[in-house]
Design a protein around this ligand. Sequence first.
Ligand SMILES: C[S@@+](CC[C@H](N)C(=O)[O-])C[C@H]1O[C@@H](n2cnc3c(N)ncnc32)[C@H](O)[C@@H]1O
Length: 375
Amino acid sequence: MNIEFPKDMIKGTFSIPVQKEQLYQRIKLQRILIRNQEVIQISSFTKQQVIHENIALDQIDMYLNNILDTSFMSLELYTQDYKYGYRRTKKGKILTNKVRQQSAFVVLEHNKKKQYLLEEGMIIPPLIDLGIMTPTGKIVKAKFDKYKQINRFLEMIEDEIQAETYLKIIDFGCGKSYLTFILYYYLTFVKKIQCDIIGLDLKKDVIQHCNKIAREYNYDQLHFIEGDISAFKNEEKVDMIVTLHACDTATDFALFHAIQMKCRYIFSVPCCQHEVNLQLKSNSILPISKYGILKERFSAILTDSIRAAILEYYGYKVQALEFVDWDSTPKNILLRAVYSGHKKEESLHLVKEWMKQLGFQQKLYELCFTKIKDA
Ligand SMILES: C[S@@+](CC[C@H](N)C(=O)[O-])C[C@H]1O[C@@H](n2cnc3c(N)ncnc32)[C@H](O)[C@@H]1O
């Protein structure tokens, strides 16, 4: 047989073994990336175990033809948009079909299961090193919430960047950098958008470790820098900043840099908004202040509302989105801000009113209106 299979296949499955008792009962195929090289990972299932091997893309047609010829009656392949079926009849003829899919990234698995842009089973090698994924592409149970958050974070980004061909991005407070690595992988290898990404964090050992992994996988456009967000200096044009749970006022410094650098996109999930909470006088917000937990949540919402309003003032269109459910993390509000150039003067007016009435200071306000001259 000499069938030409789709070059952009993402995954597939051989089923219906020719011999009932043959060694391999099923074979799964998955496009993966190893050291910057795309290959097809073959997982061959015997009755007791699974054996993995990788096949180069230019060898895959030969491999698939051979297996369909000798060992299985049926093969299904998926690309981003189509499902292809190949069925060998008893007379040795191949019947084919091709069905359009909404998107292979969202329809491959069972409908009831939550679908992610990067589905489980898609092997992203650095994530194995970072301890979030097992070598067979399973997500480590303890890391599943993080993985879910990052997938949703990607969805929020993806909605906005359809027309982009290049993005320079900074992840402020990148920590262990699951988001940073996944974002790099997703943009570079899935979306094929060229990007330069920098992760910045205070922690020296974490930064060293992340740089080591990035170099190991030849992720040439991904770099990690040790430093304090508040002291960050940059001369170059930056298109996007992301923050995921950068603590307390670290988020304000990141937003401030984004405004200064005139970034087009800001995706920020704040957390630990202590600054305002510590300043609010009980009397000014009765009866909320009678209950610590309510005061804390009110302060967090107030803080993020101020941040959103300041971004609006600087010409951003802002959304506050619940990006994952509460069970995954209670710090589940993502501020998505896209530069529109349409400045909202009245938003700043409201910020000043709130601060005056409730008697508090807010870091982003302080940074913007004492440091940006043309505010
Ligand atoms: C809760 S962790 C989140 C890490 C990562 N973004 C994630 O979601 O997995 C917060 C990170 O922000 C970093 N961080 C906090 N304040 C910072 C600052 N002023 N400058 C740089 N990094 C900071 C911490 O070191 C920590 O790694």
